[in-house]
Design a binder for this molecule. Structure first.
Ligand code: HEC
Ligand code: HEC
Ligand code: HEC
Ligand code: HEC
Ligand code: HEC
Ligand code: HEC
Length: 192
């Protein structure tokens, strides 16, 4: 009888121990996740709105990024929607022939392309003098949709080579318009 009491006691404390550590580590990962939402670096999923293939156009047909994303070079705000407009496809495709609509459109889906909200400060125009699109947007020549690439949108590391307080500023405020979600954990993690 006595021994089984100890067993029960041991069992209860084991459960307590496991659940508190589980809670703590869960809390931690939640903490990190929340901090990751500071700005959305992910692209908007337009794959249900338009049929498209980056690899085919870039690698096989040799089309340049700026032939479709015509406004990127001039953009001075991260709020701009830099997705292509229909006229950007017109130089190679017939967009008026009603038999051709289905080349690009799914049945009965005729919408404009959307882009994500970003809490970033960024001007393409200011960075295009000495950089190529693919310095920051990597691997699009190997995927159909931008969302399938692992680095379609630049990470913070892409900015370090110049934003090191020598060539250009590395104050958080330079690039982040909303600092309320930024925590010291990131300072450690990113070596800032
Ligand atoms: C120095 C890095 C850098 C270079 C070079 C660069 N970009 Fe970007 N690009 C970014 C960042 C950061 C964002 C996210 C902020 C924004 O939307 O402006 C972005 C966003 C975009 C977006 C998504 C915008 C939207 O929300 O609709 C497109 C499309 C894009 N870039 C295309 C291009 C093209 C095309 C070029 C070359 C002409 C280019 N970028 C060059 C850093 C860069
Ligand atoms: C510089 C020329 C050029 C431009 C600009 C261009 N395309 Fe294409 N596109 C091609 C070529 C070449 C092919 C392959 C041959 C074909 O199927 O006609 C192709 C094929 C396609 C296909 C069929 C893909 C497949 O898997 O068979 C789609 C969908 C498409 N393009 C969409 C677009 C959209 C949307 C735009 C504008 C945002 C665009 N293209 C702009 C040249 C271009
Ligand atoms: C070569 C690819 C391509 C073909 C072919 C094409 N479209 Fe589009 N269409 C697009 C793209 C890209 C957009 C998104 C434009 C934007 O976001 O501003 C679009 C957007 C639209 C929209 C919604 C946005 C707007 O401008 O009002 C309608 C409606 C539309 N297309 C109708 C058609 C019809 C009808 C046909 C056939 C006669 C057709 N399209 C053929 C690429 C194409
Ligand atoms: C032939 C036209 C075409 C070419 C060339 C092209 N793109 Fe795109 N791009 C598109 C279309 C259409 C979309 C929307 C579908 C998608 O997300 O893949 C898009 C989406 C994107 C997005 C996501 C935008 C957002 O707001 O979600 C980025 C980033 C991007 N392209 C970068 C590039 C870069 C960098 C290059 C050159 C290496 C390039 N693209 C070449 C047509 C093109
Ligand atoms: C090849 C070097 C280089 C890279 C890589 C680079 N930048 Fe810059 N950036 C500069 C220079 C040079 C300036 C202008 C100097 C200044 O104003 O501090 C600048 C200015 C800026 C500014 C305006 C600062 C101000 O005070 O007006 C912002 C915002 C910015 N960069 C964001 C970014 C982001 C975000 C990235 C990464 C996606 C990035 N930069 C990558 C060189 C670079
Ligand atoms: C030169 C521009 C630049 C500066 C300076 C900068 N960031 Fe970033 N940061 C970025 C870019 C670009 C991203 C990735 C795109 C996104 O998440 O919107 C990013 C993403 C982040 C993220 C999201 C998680 C991640 O790693 O993707 C956090 C958190 C963050 N930055 C914190 C900070 C803090 C804290 C500082 C100041 C110590 C800082 N940043 C300074 C450009 C910058």
């Amino acid at each position: 009888m006595k021994i089984s009491k100890y067993y029960i006691l041991f069992f209860i404390s084991l459960v307590l121990f496991l659940s508190t550590t589980a809670y703590l580590s869960k809390d931690k990962s939640y903490y990190v996740k929340k901090e990751m939402t500071v700005s959305d670096k992910k692209v908007y999923d337009n794959s249900k709105i338009i049929k498209f293939d980056h690899q085919l156009h870039i690698k096989d047909a040799g089309v340049k990024c700026e032939d479709c994303h015509t406004y990127a070079i001039e953009s001075v705000s991260a709020k701009d929607n830099l997705n292509p407009k229909k006229k950007d496809c017109e130089s190679c495709h017939d967009v008026k022939d009603t038999k051709q609509c289905n080349l690009c459109h799914y049945d009965n889906v005729y919408k404009k392309l959307k882009s994500s909200d970003r809490e970033l400060v960024f001007s393409h125009k200011e960075h295009m003098k000495d950089q190529k699109c693919t310095d920051c947007h990597k691997g699009l020549d190997a995927v159909k949709f931008s969302g399938q690439g692992a680095s379609s949108m630049p990470d913070m590391e892409n900015c370090y080579s110049c934003h090191n307080n020598e060539k250009a500023s590395n104050n958080c405020e330079t690039c982040h318009s909303n600092l309320s979600n930024l925590t010291p954990v990131t300072h450690l993690k990113t070596n800032f």
